[in-house]
Design a protein around this ligand. Structure first.
Ligand SMILES: [Zn+2]
Length: 116
C-alpha cells in the first residue's frame, strides 16, 4: 500500500519477497535481489472542477423534481391523505429551499457549461 501523494524519489515500499523496506524507484530489492513489481500510476478520480456542468445541471433538476414531489404530497395538494402528519415547516420552508437550491445548482451547471 503506497500513498499516491508521495513522490517516487522518497517513496518507501515493502519488498514482497523479504518484507524489508525499500526506498526509491528500484528495479530490484537490494536485500534479496528479487525483481520488484513495476509501480503503476493510480489514475486520479475525475475532479468536479474539470466537469463541463452536465452533472450539476442533472443534479439540480433532480433536486427541483424532488422538491416539487415532496411539496405536492406534503402540502396536501393530492387527494391522497398521508398516514402520518407532516410538520408544516416541511412544505412552508424546506421544499421551497430545496427547490431554490436545485435551481441554483442548475444555473451553476449552466454557467460551467458556458465557460467550458
Ligand atoms: Zn527483498
Amino acid at each position: 500500500m503506497s500513498p499516491s501523494w508521495q513522490s517516487q524519489a522518497d517513496m518507501k515500499r515493502q519488498c514482497v519477497y523479504c518484507g524489508k523496506m525499500v526506498t526509491g524507484p528500484r528495479p530490484a530489492c537490494p536485500y534479496c535481489r528479487e525483481a520488484l513489481p513495476e509501480l503503476k500510476k493510480v489514475a486520479a478520480p475525475s475532479a468536479p472542477a474539470g466537469s463541463d456542468g452536465r452533472r450539476e445541471v442533472r443534479r439540480g433538476l433532480l433536486y427541483m423534481l424532488l422538491a416539487a414531489v415532496v411539496h405536492f404530497f406534503a402540502g396536501g395538494y393530492s387527494s391522497l391523505s398521508l398516514p402520518i402528519p407532516i410538520n408544516p415547516v416541511v412544505f412552508e420552508y424546506l421544499t421551497p429551499l430545496l427547490f431554490l437550491s436545485g435551481l441554483g445548482f442548475t444555473l451553476y451547471g449552466l454557467i460551467l457549461r458556458m465557460k467550458s
